[in-house]
Design a protein around this ligand. Structure first.
Ligand SMILES: CC(C)(COP(=O)(O)OP(=O)(O)OC[C@H]1O[C@@H](n2cnc3c(N)ncnc32)[C@H](O)[C@@H]1OP(=O)(O)O)[C@@H](O)C(=O)NCCC(=O)NCCS
Length: 166
């Protein structure tokens, strides 16, 4: 289990895991750009134009979080506000050798704090219907499948639309 050991203005979620993996969840900074693009490229099947990350940062900096371990980024989450009271998670990824260590959960929980601060009442996301790992992860964090979107992805795979209300 992750537990908070310290809280500072710039460091949103300093945590230590039982096997001594110390990591920090903080807001994305422009210097993180290349590391985030690399994580997206190596962990997500969809190919994104790198310039889109700059757009995410400029349109919703509070909803763009990274996980850092030993001065190296190991995960990130991007989101947009879809209305004044709703938001969408666009990408959430943890590098392969650090998956299943609660880092994704720590990033998501930090994002939920921002959701509360912004008075957002609903968060939605799309996930591949074949991505059992991510579907289980989101269900564990209170998301429910509410619809299937046929051929949503570049390779024509279907997506589930999942939502969580606050
Ligand atoms: C999905 C993802 C972000 C989860 O992050 P993570 O740090 O690995 O997840 P956590 O360790 O916080 O897992 C929390 C829970 O999610 C579920 N989960 C996570 N990985 C899982 C896996 N490989 N298989 C089944 N369930 C899994 C489990 O319920 C887990 O709880 P448990 O450890 O008590 O069993 C990460 O695996 C990832 O980056 N996957 C590749 C990219 C992706 O598919 N992103 C989501 C689509 S946008």
């Amino acid at each position: 289990m992750a537990r908070i050991i310290k809280d500072t203005a710039n460091t949103l979620y300093p945590s230590i895991l039982s096997y001594s993996l110390v990591f920090v969840i903080r807001q994305f900074q422009p210097d993180d750009m290349f590391a985030v693009i690399k994580i997206a490229y190596t962990t997500l099947p969809e190919q994104y134009n790198p310039s889109i990350f700059n757009y995410f940062y400029e349109s919703n900096p509070q909803g763009f979080l990274v996980a850092e371990h030993n001065h190296k980024l190991i995960g990130f989450l991007t989101s947009i506000k879809t209305t004044q009271t709703t938001a969408k998670i666009l990408m959430l990824a943890v590098i392969k050798n650090h998956q299943k260590k609660k880092i994704g959960s720590a990033i998501l929980n930090e994002f939920f704090k921002e959701v509360y601060r912004s008075h957002i009442i609903k968060v939605e996301l799309e996930v591949r219907t074949t991505n059992i790992q991510a579907i289980d992860f989101y269900k564990k964090h209170g998301f429910t499948i509410i619809d299937t979107i046929p051929q949503f992805y570049q390779n024509k795979e279907d997506a589930y639309l999942m939502t969580k209300t606050f």
